[in-house]
Design a protein around this ligand. Structure first.
Ligand code: SF4
Length: 358
């Protein structure tokens, strides 16, 4: 198979690839990231939390969220005992809220099924809620020195370039082949020390050197081995034929409030955009919003400036409509009043929080 290690196991090329782990480890010790708040620990709680936060979110954003989260919920028992609404509030602004709900479910399972200790193998970790194959491998390798490969988006890019791996990673067969190649390249000895360092090295090379566009090959410890660099085709890898299609949606948000800043909020359905978060009542059209209110309120509605909020697969065009009320219940709309001292502590979508905070 093109791009697989087993394609030419006897070649000088394959022999050179056997030095990949040692090169990566040497580089990480000097040039890697070694002082992030979730590093220099083998505590699986912190490693797991950081791995989940880093899915789809930049390191610079995660740093402050991580510190706030572990200050309030310092271990898996504290997270399991917390109310899920508090977890969502701590997560508010990071997006992909199913991650926060799974985090809580996973903590409960670690406490109830595993006696409060994370299992020590990737095979067992992957059975926990919200922990996929790569996250399980990251925890097992970084905390317990297990010889298992991670393949998050960054590492996938690095390896597919080093190997000029041209199988389509949108297919199961392509993914299986890259996992197998990634496993072949892992360190062979001194695993307790080597696996954490190697795993971190591959993450760091992907995040800081082998950028999606214009990789910094001159600074890369794998440059001498990299087949894509040699052929000047780095940006052709990884090969993934299936592209996510973006869509757009217009939403009208009813911002009903009182003079003393109580706000009418409803909880979003558990699945879908902002699942499980509290939100201003959400309508698919202005007509729907108006139809949900008694006639006496119609003339008091004030349309605010619409704005766009970008999700990964979708653009939301948000149209806030403000309505000042005296505190009477909006019987025709689900939800309830939250006072000025209550709603800031709820799990709210970032644009709704920004809107309410003016
Ligand atoms: S040599 Fe360039 S393309 Fe190859 S892994 Fe390094 S940074 Fe990426």
């Amino acid at each position: 198979m093109p791009g697989s290690l087993s394609a030419a196991p006897q070649s000088a090329d394959a022999a050179a690839l056997s030095s990949l782990a040692a090169r990566a480890i040497r580089w990480q010790t000097v040039h890697g990231r070694n002082s992030l708040p979730w590093q220099n620990t083998r505590d699986p709680y912190r490693v797991w939390l950081s791995e989940v936060m880093l899915q789809q979110t930049q390191v610079a954003t995660v740093v402050s969220y991580f510190s706030r989260f572990v200050k309030r919920l310092p271990d898996v028992a504290a997270l399991a005992a917390a109310d899920v609404d508090e977890v969502l509030a701590l997560w508010s602004g990071l997006g992909y809220y199913s991650r926060a709900r799974n985090l809580h479910r996973c903590a409960v399972e670690v406490v109830t099924t595993w006696g409060g200790e994370f299992p020590r193998s990737a095979e067992a970790l992957v059975t926990l809620p919200g922990i996929g194959r790569s996250t399980a491998a990251a925890i097992a390798a970084l905390c317990f020195g297990e010889r298992v490969a991670i393949l998050d988006a960054n590492v996938r890019r690095v390896l597919s370039r080093v190997l000029a791996f041209d199988a389509d990673l949108a297919t199961q067969a392509g993914q299986r082949a890259l996992w197998a190649a990634a496993t072949e390249l892992l360190p062979q000895r001194d695993l307790k020390r080597a696996m954490p360092r190697y795993t971190q090295a591959m993450m760091d090379i992907g995040a800081t050197v082998c950028a999606v566009g214009q990789p910094a090959c001159g600074a890369c410890p794998l440059a001498e081995l990299c087949r894509a660099r040699q052929s000047g085709s780095a940006e052709s890898f990884p090969r993934i034929t299936r592209k996510n299609k973006r869509s757009a949606q217009s939403v009208w948000l009813l911002w009903a409030h009182t003079r003393d800043e109580a706000v009418w909020l409803d909880r979003r359905p558990p699945v879908g955009v902002w699942g499980g978060l509290y939100c201003l009542p959400w309508f698919h059209s202005r007509d729907d919003l108006i139809a949900s209110l008694p006639k006496r309120h119609h003339s008091a509605l004030r349309d605010l400036v619409a704005f766009r909020h970008v999700l990964t697969h979708k653009d939301l065009h948000l149209h806030p409509v403000r309505l000042l009320l005296g505190g009477d219940a909006l019987a025709s709309i689900s939800g309830r009043w939250f006072g000025a001292g209550q709603w800031p502590g709820l799990g709210l979508p970032a644009p709704v929080r920004a809107l309410l905070q003016g």
